[in-house]
Design a protein around this ligand. Sequence first.
Ligand code: PFF
Length: 441
Amino acid sequence: MKREGFNSKAGAIAAAAGSAVGLGNIWRFPYVTGENGGAAFLLLYIFFMILIALPVLMAEFSIGRMTGKPVTDAFKTLSPKGYWYGIGLSGVICAFVIMSFYNVVAGWTMYYIYLSITGTLQGLNPDEVSQTFTNTMSDPILSIYWMIIMLSITGYVVARGVSKGIERYSKILMPILLILIILVCIRSLTLDTENKGITFLLSPDFSKITMKSVLEALGQAFFSLSLGMGTMTTYGSYISKTQNLPKSAVSVAMIDFFIAFLAGLMIFPCAFACGVNPGSGPGLVFETLPNIFNQMPMGYIVSVVFFLLLSVAAVTSSISMLEVLVDFLLSKFNIKRPRATAIAVTLTILLGIGCASYSPMLDFFDNLSANVLLPLGGFFIILFVPLRVGAEKMREEMEAHGGKFKLFPAFYFLAKWVAPWAILFIFISKMLTWIGIDLFA
Ligand code: PFF
């Protein structure tokens, strides 16, 4: 069977950006930044994006396109001996773990569309808004119900295939989300008359940096760019040879960062203006946004459309994870795409029921994936480049479109000497905190 691919350059970038931009930017980034003290964390995050995440993204795209294979086979093709194919396998496992909790949160965003339409959130004071979220989170049946709806939609798109499903939806919906975020940002900024939110996000206090925040900034960079589990390797395999890979990677990373930053500008000013603690954890977005909508013109309609688009952003990311699983099943078993999708969705629902019923499991999976599994996956992927692919083959792939990649030496230097060792250093330093040594405290 011929492997599908993206039809156009813009479509490929939209699909990869659709994977990157999601709850990681709008739900996770503000809450993790809030818990880690704001601006100093943001700087660390930018630093890791450029020096570690971007090279890993370029490596994933290139490895995917070079082989044109599903993630497990891609690593095996380039390195038939040894255990490198394990990278692909661990990606498949990681996709399950992330999908299971991600869709619970995505389900909440969908439930908030319903609450917005019925006007339930209108006129509530900030305490009542917080209470609404607490009630939502602690109702397993409700969470399971919306998670199943979310996963069914994801499954429907994936079952339709790469270009007809993923590419088409991503191209239309991402720009609309961006416009709406900007609108909501403006209202949030005008609510915060004392500029406390802006100060929190933009004026760094380095004393807030601890080893925990260093690891979390790295984890957030990986999570947000969908790295370390083969998603971008799989997408790379769908990108045409005529497309400039390094440039596409930079575009995706910039879009991803920009939207996370805007989400910060949207959440923090309002959090301060409404007395919501920016470090209040995973509920931050749900406890903040309804307050902005309650105080803006046409708040009702903006609220409905906003949660709708947030759900869409979640679906486009969820699609990319499901695609890793489906692609894996298709390559291993002689089954058709719709059946592979149904199997993957059913297994994810079973794991998701655990996360929906027991919130510590959700937090644990969130932490485990972003702060351990993805960076470790990224470590092996980037190490694979100098050890198994080599400079010549890598450059050939990155320049396959016919142009020159002038920064190739910088990329290769980062891939060989900086990124893997920085990840390792951060891991070891984190482990030292278990015996009471914090290198950054
Ligand atoms: N990058 C997605 C987000 O920011 O919401 C989440 C994600 C998608 C993580 C795909 C990992 C992945 F493979």
